[in-house]
Ligand binder design. Structure first.
Ligand code: SF4
Length: 486
């Protein structure tokens, strides 16, 4: 019987979560580096270069790979010959590990978990609770796999119960274009086939813990139906041309992992969960001899990537920015920002600066009760891609990462900005909004690329009509909501 100290378990969880917040798994770095070398699309190659540079910077500086540091999911196999030295429940121990990791003063991670999801949606402030799956197994060890999954990729999970005669490949290929780029490819697809509805999704999630090895599989050849399915899906998904960050190109997925389970004769449940460019998971085992140790990968694991921003971009040092500088910006120009840009407030401030400056070339808004309404035809509201490379992914829906404060429906922000770069382009391309959350991305802190769209509609009339104050507001037919464009 192995006795495992609860403190060892909690500290191992905290250390593991900190570790994966800034170290990409080496297999992901290797696979992405190989894809980057082969990539032919300049935009996709550029996006992959940014991810690799970001990854290395995060490893060096111990800062999060992505602003969304995820919700923790834990799969724990508890050996039947183990016991804990104290009385906390498994959930309570894991939550304490999450709390410690996410409130670490040296590298605080974003608390993204909300309680009362269908109501008040209050932030629990320490990213607890984790989602915990436990299994009792033979043995005298505690086997733990943890992941910190971001909302963008989790939002693209798909599930269906197919007819037994349906093609899983066809179903997966139908899902990908609709998933868009909001899951921040290139990544990995986890697919669960069989079991019951909830089991299929669990299989898909568990499959994502497996190492990236599809090129080895390709070299040795498939040994069974599932391995053949992996190769077929890998090739067909990449042939869709969605590409890194939805920018087209050769690589949308770096691997396809599949797990299956016996199912009912009448059913074919299939779950699909993508893992994004911020692939974060780790595995450790405790046997009572102390906490887990995590060995950082050497920096030589990262390829030498010389990334110097897009050609023709104007370099802006935010620490020395003056109003005179802003006055020289032109609609449609790409700005490569460096310097201090840390928060949503700072991001918003930059947007407001741009909006104010460009307001004189803008299309007027007409005032109405509760806000401003632009005189725009449906055609005006079509997204205008700054490049000719427009992938099917760009037509997809929002990944949910956009800030409501910066959304074009917000009366304050009436411009169209596209923030280009790691994870941002796709979000903006799909929603025409500015994802302020990207401002806290480890890479984006230092480097920000903003492309100001040429069709900007920001001008306010000289003076909006003043309304007399009423003692109590009354709801009329024309409310703020009715003023929203669209
Ligand atoms: S890379 Fe994209 S999908 Fe992944 S956690 Fe970051 S924002 Fe979310």
């Amino acid at each position: 019987m192995a006795t495992i100290k609860q403190e060892d378990f909690v500290q191992s969880l905290a250390d593991g979560l900190q570790f994966i917040s800034y170290f990409h798994p080496k297999d992901y770095v290797d696979a992405l580096a190989a894809a980057w070398e082969q990539e032919e699309s300049p935009a996709a190659k550029d996006a992959m270069a940014q991810i690799l540079v970001n990854s290395r910077m995060c490893a060096e500086g111990h800062r999060p790979i992505c602003q969304d540091t995820g919700m923790v999911v834990a799969f724990v196999k508890v050996g039947m010959e183990t016991r804990f030295d104290d009385g906390l429940s498994l959930q309570a121990m894991i939550d304490e590990g999450v709390r410690r990791a996410y409130t670490d003063v040296d590298n605080p991670l974003r608390a993204s978990v909300l309680a009362d999801p269908a109501g008040a949606r209050r932030n629990t402030r320490d990213n607890t609770p984790a989602v915990v799956y436990a299994e009792l197994v033979p043995g005298a060890t505690l086997d733990v796999r943890i992941a910190a999954k971001g909302g963008g990729s989790e939002n693209k999970a798909r599930f269906a119960v197919l007819n037994p005669s349906d093609s899983v490949v066809d179903w997966v290929l139908r899902q990908l274009p609709d998933m868009g780029a909001g899951w921040c490819p290139p990544g990995i697809l986890g697919i669960g086939i069989g079991g019951s509805p909830e089991k299929a999704l669990l299989l898909a999630k568990e499959a994502l813990f497996e190492p990236i090895d599809i090129q080895d599989l390709r070299a040795r050849g498939p040994a069974n139906r599932i391995e053949a399915l992996r190769l077929e899906l890998m090739d067909k998904v990449n042939a869709l041309g969605i590409g890194a960050q939805g920018l087209g190109g050769l690589t949308t997925v770096l691997d396809v992992k599949i797990r299956d389970y016996p199912t009912h004769a009448a059913s074919l449940p299939v779950g699909l969960i993508p893992n994004c460019a911020a692939t974060r998971h780790i595995h450790f085992t405790l046997d009572g001899s102390g906490p887990a140790r995590f060995v950082p990968p050497p920096l030589s694991a990262w390829p030498e990537v010389a990334w110097d921003g897009p050609a023709g971009a104007r370099r802006i040092d935010l620490d020395r920015l003056t109003r005179a500088d802003v006055a020289t910006w032109r609609a449609g120009e790409r700005l490569l920002l460096s310097g201090r840009l840390l928060s949503m407030v700072a991001n918003l401030a930059v947007q407001v600066l741009i909006v104010r400056h460009l307001s004189r070339v803008a299309k007027p808004l007409r005032p109405c009760r509760g806000g401003w309404r632009e005189k725009a035809s449906p055609a005006d509201r079509q997204y205008q891609s700054p490049s000719a490379e427009r992938s099917p992914a760009m037509d997809a829906r929002s990944c949910g990462n956009c800030s409501p404060a910066a959304h074009p429906r917000n009366p304050l922000i009436r411009c169209r900005l596209v923030v280009l770069g790691h994870q941002c382009r796709s979000i903006c391309a799909t929603t025409n909004s500015v994802p302020s959350s990207c401002a806290t991305n480890g890479f984006m802190r230092g480097l920000y690329i903003v492309s100001v769209m040429s069709r900007i509609r920001t001008r306010r009339p000289a003076s909006p009509p003043r309304r007399k104050r009423r003692s109590a507001p009354t709801a009329g037919p024309e409310t703020a909501a009715s003023c929203a464009p669209g």
